[in-house]
Design a binder for this molecule. Structure first.
Ligand SMILES: [Zn+2]
Length: 428
């Protein structure tokens, strides 16, 4: 500051002060005229814009009039402003296209049945089937969609609260159970899900056949341990986490580093090996000859190029079947688009295939044997409601089938070992 001050003082005591002043006056004069000119130009621009706005308004009003009602003068105006007429009609068609894309469309009963029959035939002939699932398969379980306008993530970002108890009370839907069955009878080889609700895992689908691309709300991991350690819980572990803030507040019992959730938010890149299982998803897509998309807008999935084999010529790509009520960006590439609710379509599909629709049974839910209990100090580390074990599990009666299903699901690093320990404990 000091040198600047000296400089000013020197100028004010300068002997050629009047000379400096007159040159400054000239500058001020030319400055003010330039400013006036700029002002004038700005004003002209504003008037022009306002005129344009009025024209658009008038033309738009005229276009809304029925042709027969337009006067001679109206017609002349429309003729005079052809450019505006064209721009308005372009805007109108963009708006109606957007509206059409958001509309829910339902195939009528007969059409739906015929389409499902075709899907059933294709499924029976296919050698490697992959299913991609989105929020639409969980809505029947009252799970709000995750990223939609009313989704969990969106609500939390807006600072609103979301009833977390609804999430832990949700159970696998008819669609989840049908997918489990199709995998069991080897008609489906892999499932790639965008849902974080953990319902595929809870339906009994083995981990190796599942890629949860956006994470699983019941799983927290230690990525300081190598390989990363996974802890499945009976409650939503994401209570304190958010975009770029994944620490759950609990510690890894092996290295004491903070555990993190597995959720992948918008704008984040999921790097965890499990439960994301990108390797499994990419391999499945490469081997697939049929891809069935269920209840996904595909707006996010379409960005993952490895899932669509787009590097191959069109006739070498897997056949694409899409079940969704709304438009998807892959519709024009689909062999068949089925407009129906997932549960309705899957119910018909099982009938066509002559397969029984399995009913979710809490006593066979693998999460109870996969879950790692909290230590005594950690009991109060969360406030979320826990998935209540069914009374059947608390009984000492051994349901051999239930145990068989549970141990068939491999939990991360502890999976089978933990299930064994639990059984041993029960028999004591
Ligand atoms: Zn650790």
């Amino acid at each position: 500051m000091a040198p600047l001050l000296i400089c000013f003082m020197q100028i004010s005591f300068c002997p050629a002060r009047s000379l400096v002043r007159s040159s400054m006056d000239a500058n001020t004069n030319s400055g003010s005229s330039a400013r006036a000119e700029r002002k004038q130009q700005e004003k002209a621009k504003i008037i022009q814009r306002e005129k344009q706005r009025q024209t658009v308004k008038t033309i738009s009003r005229l276009l809304q009039k029925a042709e027969g009602e337009r006067t001679q003068e109206d017609r002349a105006l429309l003729q005079e402003h052809q450019d505006t007429v064209q721009e308005l009609s372009r805007r109108q068609s963009r708006r109606s296209l957007l509206k059409r894309k958001q509309e829910e469309v339902f195939d009528d009963a007969e059409n739906l049945k015929a389409k499902v029959k075709q899907l059933a035939e294709e499924l029976q002939q296919a050698k490697h089937v992959v299913i991609y699932t989105g929020a639409g398969i969980s809505t029947a379980a009252s799970i709000p969609d995750y990223r939609g306008p009313n989704g969990v993530w969106t609500q939390l970002q807006k600072g609103r609260s979301v009833s977390a108890s609804d999430l832990s009370r949700a159970e696998p839907t008819l669609t989840h159970m049908c997918i489990w069955m199709l995998h069991k009878v080897k008609m489906v080889q892999h499932v790639v899900s965008q849902n974080c609700d953990g319902l595929h895992l809870r339906s009994g689908l083995p981990r190796h056949a599942l890629s949860e691309l956006h994470g699983n709300m019941f799983i927290e991991v230690c990525d300081s341990c190598s390989p990363a350690r996974e802890f499945i819980r009976l409650f939503d572990v994401t209570e304190r986490t958010a975009l770029h803030r994944h620490g759950t507040g609990r510690l890894c019992p092996h290295c004491r580093a903070e555990l993190r959730d597995t959720i992948v938010h918008f704008g984040e890149r999921g790097t965890l090996e499990q439960p994301l299982n990108w390797k499994g998803a990419a391999e499945a897509a490469q081997r697939a000859d049929l891809i069935l998309c269920l209840g996904s807008s595909l707006k996010v999935l379409k960005k993952y190029s490895c899932l669509w084999c787009m590097n191959r010529p069109a006739n070498k790509r897997p056949k694409l079947y899409i079940v969704n009520l709304q438009w998807t960006p892959k519709d024009n590439l689909a062999t068949l688009k089925i407009h129906g609710k997932c549960d309705a379509v899957m119910g018909l599909l099982m009938e066509e295939l002559g397969l029984e629709i399995p009913v979710y049974n809490r006593s066979q839910d693998p999460i109870f044997s996969l879950a790692k209990p909290l230590s005594a100090q950690e009991q109060k580390s969360h406030t979320r409601e826990e998935i209540a074990p069914p009374s059947a599990l608390e009984d000492t009666s051994q349901d051999t089938q239930a145990q068989g299903e549970a141990t068939a699901v491999q939990g991360g690093w502890f999976g089978r070992g933990y299930a064994k320990a639990r059984r041993k404990k029960k028999t004591v």
